[in-house]
Design a protein around this ligand. Structure first.
Ligand code: AMP
Ligand code: MN
Ligand code: MN
Length: 321
């Protein structure tokens, strides 16, 4: 596939879906495709399905049109997933995907082996938004589409800080900026800005973090009872693992929080020498070389011990070879 028009031509009903607990790249890519179709293919009926997005994405045009639940029996001519690394990560709309006449997967996860009829996966590209933009006609990208693509790009590159940021990423960002959206407002309000409470929780996690393996591995954690105490949920914890990663001397940062009693969401970040995607895949998760995650059950100490054992294998054993 070279252009999204190849799968849109002649199609009447399109569904779009992203991954569970959608991040900026997922919301940005799903909405960018939704807006692109709305603006340029009036003859197509299109619906977008996502778990309820965080309010920080409210600047995206038509964000209120997202369906946060399946709506009855639907049969789509085409169902497109954006930023979904594996079939079991698709949120809400399993059955629509199964029943669709044709399925397309647009993604950038190195762990993605391809689960749709057409798979357009670029494992070395920084965001799904960047991959998707490559499939769009540039003269059909208006300010609303551009702002959605840009949002995904800044979220998955940490505002162009991660090594996945390429000259092409910057070129595209420049091209998008020309459409005139308020990029500085998007960066502040959707990425950096935290509530007072979020900052307090981050402070607590940093204060209680543990250094292991000669200071090369850092662990931050949050138990359910503490999340309940502060009144925060998973959506409030963005940015914590990135801050842990920036500790001098650290190769790998791990942040875990208890979603349900004894069920943990684990986020992993690496500074390059450890492939955290391998660690996450080992535990049934996935992601990228430098940013990956998995969901694990057990006591907090079991989860920490199990995951750090796999990190240790790479930090201490493989580097000795
Ligand atoms: P996070 O730590 O949630 O920001 O996720 C980092 C990267 O790992 C993202 O690209 C996610 O899509 C991926 N990821 C996180 N959790 C999982 C999981 N349970 N299964 C597969 N991929 C995941
Ligand atoms: Mn994502
Ligand atoms: Mn992504």
């Amino acid at each position: 596939m070279n252009n999204i028009s190849e799968v849109l031509d002649g199609v009447k009903k399109v569904g779009i879906g992203g991954h569970i607990r959608p991040d900026g790249d997922c919301v940005g890519s799903c909405m960018a495709l939704y807006l692109y179709i709305k603006n340029n293919y009036p003859e197509i009926s299109v619906k977008v399905y996502l778990d309820s997005p965080k309010p920080v994405f409210d600047h995206i045009d038509r964000i209120g049109e997202i369906h946060t639940e399946a709506d009855g029996d639907q049969e789509f001519d085409l169902f497109v997933t954006c930023d979904v690394s594996a079939r079991d990560r698709l949120a809400i709309v399993d059955r629509y995907f199964d029943r669709a006449k044709k399925t397309v997967c647009i993604d950038h996860h190195i762990s993605n082996t391809g689960f749709a009829d057409v798979n357009y996966i670029k494992g070395d590209v920084s965001s799904c938004c960047e991959v998707l933009y490559g499939l769009m006609d540039k003269d059909k990208v208006d300010q609303s589409v551009a702002a959605a693509v840009y949002t995904g790009m800044i979220h998955d590159t940490g505002v162009f800080q991660y090594s996945s940021t390429s000259p092409e990423t910057m070129r595209i960002a420049g091209e998008l900026m020309k459409t005139g959206f308020e990029f500085n407002r998007i960066i502040d309000q959707s990425f950096y800005e935290k509530t007072y409470l979020q900052n307090q929780v981050m402070g607590r996690v940093l204060a209680e973090s543990i250094l292991l393996m000669n200071g090369t591995c850092i662990i931050g954690y949050l138990r359910k009872k503490d999340m309940d105490f502060y009144g925060v949920d998973g959506k409030d914890l963005d940015g914590i693992v990135s801050q842990l990663r920036l500790t001098k001397g650290v190769e790998v940062a791990m942040f875990l929080y208890e979603m349900e009693t004894q069920t943990f969401k684990v986020s992993l970040r690496s500074n390059g020498n450890v492939d955290v995607s391998k660690v996450a895949v080992y535990f049934g998760g996935g992601g990228h070389t430098r940013a990956a995650g998995c969901d694990l059950q057990g006591s907090m100490y079991d989860v920490i011990n199990n995951v750090t054992r796999e990190i240790y294998r790479q930090i201490c054993l493989e580097t000795e070879k």
